[in-house]
Design a protein around this ligand. Sequence first.
Ligand SMILES: [Zn+2]
Length: 1020
Amino acid sequence: MHDNSTLIRARIRRCVSERVAPAVYRASAPLVVSAWEVPDEPVPFAEARRQAFTPFAVGRRWGKPWGTTWFHVTGTVPEEWSRWGGLDTRTELLVDLGFLSGQPGFQAGLVFDPAGNILKAIEPCNSYVPLPLGPGGVVDVYVEAASNPDVGSNWKFRPTPVGDKATAGTAPIYRLRRMDAALLDTRVWQLQQDIWTLFGLMEELGADLPRTADILRALETVTDRMDPDDVSGTAGLGRAILAPVLAQPAYASAHRIVAVGHAHIDSAWLWPVRETIRKCARTFSNVLALMDENPEFIFACSSAQQYAWMKEHYPQLFERIRERVIEGRFVPVGGMWVESDTNMPGGEALARQLIAGKAFFLREFGIEPLEVWLPDSFGYTAAFPQIVAAAGSKYFLTQKISWNETNTMPHHTFYWEGIDGTRVFTHFPPVDTYNSVLSGQDLARAQRQYAEKGASNLSLVPFGYGDGGGGPTREMLAAAERTKSLEGSPTVRMATPRAFFEEAQASYQAPPVWSGELYLEFHRGTYTSQANTKAGNRRSEHLLREAELWATTATLRTGAVYPYDRLEAAWRTVLVNQFHDILPGSSIAWVHQEAEAAYAGVRVELEDLISRALAALNRQNAAGPDAPGSIGAMPVSFNASPFPVCGVAALSAGPRGTSGGVRVDARDGRFVLENDAIRVAIDARGLLVSLVDLGTGREAVPEGKPGNVLQLFRDTPTQWDAWDIDDHYQRNGVDLLEADSVELVSRHAGHATVRVSRRFGSSTVSQELTLAGDQTALEIVTTVDWHERQKFLKLAFPLDVHADRAASEIQFGHIYRPTHENTSWDAARFETCAHRWVFVGEPGFGVAVANDSTYGHDISRSSTGGGTTTTVRESLLRAPTFPDPGADQGVHVLRTSISMTPDVLGAAEQGYRINLPLRDVSGTSVTPVVVSDCASIVVEAVKLAEDRSGDVIVRLYEARGARAEGSVSLGFPATRIVETDLLERTVAPVAVRAAAGADVRLVLRAFQIVTLRVSRLTEE
Ligand SMILES: [Zn+2]
């Protein structure tokens, strides 16, 4: 036979686009449109309906950026439609708001009936709504249309003013193209789906396969036999021709796909949170409409926050969702409050993501998701497996690691092992997208890429348009139906993620193990971009720790009322802002302005809670039985750190100890500051030229390589500006060595400070280097008035330390990463995330660099003729210009400390110290409510139980990375002490060896997290 397959394919394509697609709607009729433009922020339906609508012609421009226009749509469907087709037709509203072809979720509408019931949404790839017709074919609906600007704009990454309402302009940006009633011909639509699936499959199959030829000839026959002038009348014939090809069953060995309906809706990103709430309402209304028509359709939705938004803003929709949740088809997954970043949230915060999320699902639906669902976050902390397991979850799903620029993850289904050894069964969908459309291309890719073939043959495909694109469509469900068992295609069935995980685990005998972090070799700028958002997160996390600790202490000591509601509200604000485009700094200006305002509010709120708790404790102490004769108030310091600070015991209040003071020697522009522990030298350029541990005499600064060097680099990533730092930044940098002034600005017995002022570009920086008499660290406060664009500011400390690896703090512990670049995996880790500290050391000696709001770091080594210099650099500031062209401009205050310590525990101590400054008040001493007698068993949280029973929750972890044994004593009458999971549910004791009265004997494995629940005598 002559090979004319290329021509046939072209012919089929033309037949589909010119004949079949236009015949999907048999007829259409324009409707009458009137409009009301909302003056500013969105309003509810009831308010919109009361407004005066004015006539609006199709074809007119509408919608200022970030605006909302309500269209009232009325009319009558032509009478003859009811006589045509009968069961093979249905009447729909067809809308084109001026849809752009790029991202599917920026212009969209929600359609209501006149009573305010939500019918369905419209988006560029999902632009119909089944029309409820009144008597005589009367149409009467309202469309709440959102004119969100297309910030992404085909991913050119050009700076744009549209991400801020203040600079986005007010001219209309869209044109209303269509508002019709239309008659869907379901036979033609079905034929269109048959062809789409078969053609897509054929394109993926080898040209030499008989199956490929069978499909091609069948499609050719359809184009031969169908009447192009009467597609509707011959669609049935076309389908009959294709039926035998569609009926051929799948190969016995075909890859098996569990398709899960999904819509990845970022909680904020290129739009503000308020638009996310509407995106959720639109997508979920589509999902509910689709569920009414397809009983097999299952939709997985993560993020308790999204459900909570529906409950608050769309209560009717929420009740419809609840019904489907109970039925098991609208499936809460993930169990987190939001799909958070996992690099930067602190240990307690990451735990609270799961605690708050699961509590919501349990309370609202009686359902506990067992799979953590994070398709899109930018890398995954090695602390996560233990946190997942401690929350009672069993499975983990991500997809993002396929975005790695350098290395390919070797596994798709595996055990992921965390720093403490906990393993979680993990799946990484080989389809390589969390927005699949179930095309032949997607399905074939899942099968082709699946790395576990031969041992496992099952993968998960999340399908549906995300980010307001509307979620799964009826076309995707049609594709799933046609690929249940189709020769040449993987088999597709719709099921829940849990069903997938159970089957995948049961059917895979010995999955491989990936140990340590799932580092994303991409988006490394997200540890640094939008420094104010990051500082807000760090401050809030520590204020929450303090507020819970002191409020608990006040409740236990004085009977003060515990502020459950206010703490919960503050936590929720912090949790939502840890979303994976907010905390990472990859959102538009509007989002970051709101985040900063939210953090400012949290700060005021928590400072108030802390003040109240401290006041209650001081009142009580002043008047209490332990203070006979009411000892007068004295200066005391509240220490919220789990380590003693300046002579004040951990988690207590008391007077500071005395110190030996600081000695200063200033000559020739050089300053030598010395206390009883360390001696530092600062040269005339303001650089750290010596750092000596007086106990051992060890010098930490290498000869000729000073520290405290600010370095400014060109920062022009190839793409994804706020997200990415490309390694080529390192080739264009300067050391900012010239100082305008270096002077001793403060000197008294307690401490000495040297201030250094510099200018560079359009910016200024001042640094205050302070040595206090009672500290073992040099503290450096860097204040930058930052007005650079596309520049990257680092603070470098070359260290005379021979280290193959560096420890970086992560949640509930630390991770070691190589300081060298032996493998491509090591080389790709050229920028890494750390929490409060990094540590580089040799046995018995090391240096800790701690910070109060920095996450990005790089730690490298260089050779100096036989010796090794290990250089620790903090990434202080960036200034990306997309998606927020003004990112990071303005004043930033960043604190750093450098100290010498024999091991990581000393680094942990400094990390807490710089983030939890002592609170000096006038009052009396307060004894701690929890005391750990083992330095490496660290108290991470003290709070009252989530169930508001009044029980006390104490969370601890092992911080050195080694087995630890010790006792924890409770400073209040305890009646019962049990070990629990993160959700404060009793578990079989693992760490608790004995509990007698108020003492608990614990044995912890390296990095183990332990939660204790303590019942106590209450006053009644
Ligand atoms: Zn995302």
